[in-house]
Ligand binder design. Structure first.
Ligand code: NDP
Ligand code: MG
Length: 387
């Protein structure tokens, strides 16, 4: 049966690659809802091409341009973050592709779970911020999540057909980012341009910075903890610069299963959209004969301290990961704007975390409040560093 998609973040890296899959399989997928933050030109172009029922622009200042361009087409338009949440209540789609960046993914995804929608989750920050709440909600909903993140897609694939009690550890691979071999002294001086030059993956700017600080891997450890219900001390990150092994599962008998493939997000996106089917995607064969070696090593948490924040957040529980996410968003934005150096990203997060008391068993309102509070404090920290 054909699936109607709501693609939140359709103009981004994951969003456009999702549309590539729709192009390839028009009999399987159609597009009901698309959204952008502020790139109104691309949203208009996508609307005219894919003819969704609804196009949403989060940035309200761009709404008149969207509305004007789509007048007379029959495509509904809306604006604002609240419209993303409202759209999840519609019955003209069944599968949400959650592909916005950062905290913005949380509230629409929560609503999609309430509505019992199927979810292809790229927006890992949703589980970082509110993994406990999301997991609880999923227990009482028809809704289910299939991960898009390549590591979690790999683990999901390795776990299929296995007994839940047979898992010993999850081994999450990390490319190590562009600064894998830089000294601490060199890290002090890295530029935005160098940071955005990821050796393996072409992604949005925020996740590319997160990959360079290894915060992305910290987030993926938190994401895995909630997706797979596994204790954090049984989740390990391994540096694997070739990005061919997307992650592994070690079982009680010592066997290890890995999922391999070319570093191409179309593969996990198509897998999630299809509910775990193997759709041919053209010539993307992995030619292992081109790799003389695949290497694995321990991450260096002295040079990349963000990684340890994952374990700290999971140990503390409650709202601490929400604080880390919010402070990271502010710090990364400040770095991208050239306001703070690379190594200060960690310091902004760490000092914000130390100032905000933890709330146990948070509900959605708690997360919303803590997110705002942490952003405000992190912004003060940034200002303090500038002055
Ligand atoms: P991009 O920056 O390329 O795209 C983000 C999309 O979300 C764009 O459509 C953007 O609109 C929209 N958006 C950004 N901010 C907001 C906001 N505040 N409210 C509403 N919409 C917003 O990011 P990616 O596609 O790289 O990443 C998307 C998510 O997927 C992230 O959570 C990331 O961690 C995750 N992910 C990405 C991978 C990748 O390969 N790219 C791999 C694994 C996970 P506009 O175009 O107008 O800015
Ligand atoms: Mg990933």
């Amino acid at each position: 049966m054909k699936k109607n998609l709501a693609i939140l973040g359709s103009t981004g890296s994951i969003g456009t690659q999702t549309l590539d899959i729709v192009d390839r399989y028009p009999d399987l997928y159609s597009v009901a809802i698309i959204s952008a933050n502020s790139n109104v030109d691309k949203l208009i172009e996508q609307s005219l091409r894919y003819r969704p029922a609804l196009a949403i622009i989060a940035d309200k200042s761009k709404y008149s341009a969207l509305k004007g361009a789509l007048e007379g087409t029959g495509i509904e338009t809306a604006a604002g973050a609240e419209s993303l949440v409202e759209a999840m209540k519609r019955d003209d789609f069944s599968l949400l592709v959650a592909a916005t960046v950062g905290y913005s993914g949380l509230e629409p995804t929560v609503e999609a779970i309430r509505q019992g929608k199927e979810i292809a989750l790229a927006n890992k920050e949703t589980l970082v911020v509110a993994g406990e709440l999301i997991t609880d909600m999923l227990k009482h909903s028809r809704s289910f999540i299939i991960p898009v993140d390549s590591e979690h897609s790999a683990i999901y694939q390795c776990l299929r057909g296995e007994e839940a009690g047979s898992v010993k550890r999850l081994l999450i691979t990390a490319s190590g980012g562009p600064f894998l071999n830089c000294s601490e002294e060199q890290l002090r001086h890295v530029t935005v341009e160098q940071t955005l030059n990821h050796p393996r993956w072409k992604m949005g700017r925020k996740i590319t910075v997160d990959s360079a600080t290894l915060m992305n891997k910290a987030f993926e450890i938190i994401e895995a903890r909630w997706l797979f219900g596994i204790n954090p001390d049984r989740i390990k990150a391994l540096i694997h610069p070739q990005s061919i092994v997307h992650s592994m599962v070690e079982f009680n008998d010592g066997a290890v299963k890995a999922q391999l493939g070319t570093p191409d997000m179309h593969i996990p996106i198509a897998y999630a959209l299809s509910g775990g089917k193997r759709l041919p995607l053209g010539d993307n064969a992995l030619r292992l004969e081109h790799f003389s070696s695949l290497t694995f090593s321990e991450p260096d948490t002295k040079r990349f301290p963000c990684l340890d924040l994952a374990y700290e957040a999971l140990r503390k529980g409650g709202t601490s990961a929400c604080v880390i996410n919010a402070a990271n968003e502010i710090a990364v934005q400040a770095f991208l704007e050239g306001k703070i150096p690379f190594l200060q990203i960690y310091n902004v997060i760490e000092s914000t975390l130390s100032l905000i008391p933890d709330i146990k068993r948070p509900d959605l309102d708690d997360y919303i409040a803590v997110n705002s509070q942490a952003r405000a404090i992190a912004a003060e920290k940034v200002e303090h560093l500038i002055s």
